[in-house]
Design a protein around this ligand. Sequence first.
Ligand SMILES: N[C@@H](CCC[C@H](N)C(=O)O)C(=O)O
Length: 289
Amino acid sequence: MSTRIAFLKGHGTENDFVIVPDPENAVDLSPAAVAALCDRRAGIGADGLLHVVRSAAHPEGRAMADEAEWFMDYRNGDGSIAEMCGNGVRVFARYLQRAGHVAEGDLAVATRGGVKSVHIAKDGDVTVGMGRALLPGGEVTVSVGGRSWPARNVNMGNPHAVAFVDDLAHAGDLLAPPPFSPASAYPDGVNVEFVVDRGPRHVALRVHERGAGETRSCGTGACAVAVATARRDGVDPGVTGTPVTYTVDVPGGTLVITERPDGGIEMTGPAVIVAEGVIEAEWLENALH
Ligand SMILES: N[C@@H](CCC[C@H](N)C(=O)O)C(=O)O
């Protein structure tokens, strides 16, 4: 690692991230380094890390460099890699704007889940075009304590199991990943959302994120929940030809999700930079040994 590494801290509806700007992909962010940085007691603390790299400088971004200058190399807080992070893209865009790399308005961001279109509004909210949800079907069950629920399998680039519950408290303390079956449904693990109704086209969720534990928000999770709720409600914009919008309350705020007739999903919410600083190389060396 280089001797002093700049970082920022940001969040989107309290889904929080360490941001490491590294345009030329010069910083060696091993899984152990990411986990140390995201540790809430011994490190900076975050649900995940946004490694900001020029697409052309990253092996997984290079093929998208013509469409999107910047690649979001997203890592979960435990150091694992995920395909996509919806709140992460919004905070990533906020960082690019704050750093002067992009202006308000439209931009494209390369991710492992493909190129995402982002809009930074004058009012401060950031919208991301998340692409389409895949609904693989099949029966899935999730359990907590003595309770079990059927869950909808939704893929937003990353895997989700969406369970409708009577009370969010029934999800318990969510200190461990909720067991699911069959195991073959999610060979690489899953993000699990527990959902209650709040009103017409308005729901609330709690989420256990793969690689992070219970978090205060999950953007891909909120999109998965909006789509699962629409289908439960008998609403499919692909059939009606009319967009549908759901308000999704998360513990850390509110996200607004619209599904369009072509299946495209847009998510809008706040994206905030909280602080910036420098990681001490000596601390990181010690943390890793
Ligand atoms: N918080 C994210 C999702 C991050 C990835 C997830 N934990 C996974 O492993 O798939 C979001 O806002 O979408």
